[in-house]
Design a protein around this ligand. Structure first.
Ligand code: GAR
Length: 315
């Protein structure tokens, strides 16, 4: 088996960047670490963590969000991250709400750290809220980012005791000790599991959500995606024929296109069984496919199956 490429992580910060540093040092300490930090970005050009990253020879970027629309600013951040070849994002004290566009684009590939035991105490002033609530313990949480603030599937938590006389400041310090242990571990586990069917399906769903008027249902036991008022254009298959293959089956323009894709890259593309001779191609989703190419094929498949009035839409 060829060695798997490391996940290329972009870290977004707004302040000190101690979690960014913890992620970076953990990755450098362990040659087998499945991720590397390739870029650090900020919405605050004065964020102290930027200097630290630069001193460690990590490329950085900063853009002030002042006076910009949220989605417009986030598009700049996405461009920066993609220019650096980022595969995953770690938010580490990035104190800026994200646009729905950004979250959808990076769905299933963007993690956040929050200094409480979520779902308790979302939002700001967490440590004060913990003290006000008289909690005996608090901690930190790593979760997958979804459009809702401090929500999304929880990947890991670390707990710490609240001591008599604790203040928001003393709590913050101890929570951060725990954060620095937790984040590298959870990020490493998460990127290693990138080939898991659930992670791949989440990513496919994220791309499909960007296409107009789509819905899905189970068909022949597979999540199948269709255009409302139109036809099925994609199926997600995992081990369907007990072959261990996780793939996307996509509508294409015809036999010629399917044959061309298979000839170009026979490891990635295949002719799906039982889908008739023409019009469909399978794309293996494991082992790091070109997701830009998958997005383009999905859009083309959607267009082939959409009713005329939708197929004309520019997307
Ligand atoms: C961390 O404690 C993180 O949990 C928190 O900001 C701090 C950043 O510190 N994040 C949030 O409050 C997000 N809502 P750092 O810049 O030293 O990593």
């Amino acid at each position: 088996m060829p060695e798997r490429a490391k996940a290329r992580v972009g870290v977004l910060i707004s302040g000190r960047g101690s979690n960014m540093a913890a992620l970076l040092y953990a990755s450098r300490l362990d040659p087998a670490c499945p991720y590397e930090i390739v870029v650090v970005g900020s919405n605050d050009p004065d964020a102290a963590g930027l200097k630290l990253a630069a001193a460690e020879a990590i490329p950085t970027f900063a853009h002030s969000h002042k006076g910009m629309k949220r989605a417009e600013f986030d598009a700049i951040i996405t461009r920066e991250l993609e220019a650096a070849g980022v595969t995953h994002i770690a938010l580490a004290g990035y104190m800026r709400l994200l646009s729905a566009e950004f979250v959808t684009h990076w769905q299933g590939r963007c993690l956040n750290i929050h200094p409480s035991l979520l779902p308790k105490h979302k939002g700001l002033h967490t440590h004060q809220a913990v003290l006000d609530a008289g909690e005996a313990e608090t901690g930190c949480t790593i979760h997958i980012v979804t459009p809702e603030l401090d929500d999304g599937p929880i990947l890991g938590q670390a707990r710490i005791a609240v001591l008599p006389g604790d203040t928001p400041e003393t709590l913050a310090v101890r929570v951060q000790y725990a954060e620095h242990q937790l984040y590298p571990r959870v990020l490493a586990d998460f990127v290693s599991a990138a080939d898991r069917p659930e992670a791949l399906l989440t990513r496919v769903r994220g791309l499909i959500q960007n296409l107009p008027a789509t819905a899905d249902k189970l068909s022949h036991g597979m999540p199948a995606f269709f255009v409302e008022g139109g036809k099925f254009f994609a199926y997600f298959t995992h081990d369907h024929h007990h072959d261990g293959v996780t793939a996307l089956l996509l509508k294409v323009s015809g036999q010629d296109e399917a044959a061309m894709l298979i000839e170009q890259d026979p490891e990635r593309f295949f002719r799906p069984k039982y889908f008739g001779p023409a019009g469909w191609v399978g794309v293996v989703l494991t082992d790091g496919p070109d997701w830009g190419m998958i997005e383009a094929l999905l859009t083309a498949a959607w267009r082939l199956c959409a009713p005329k009035r939708l197929a004309m839409l520019p997307i």
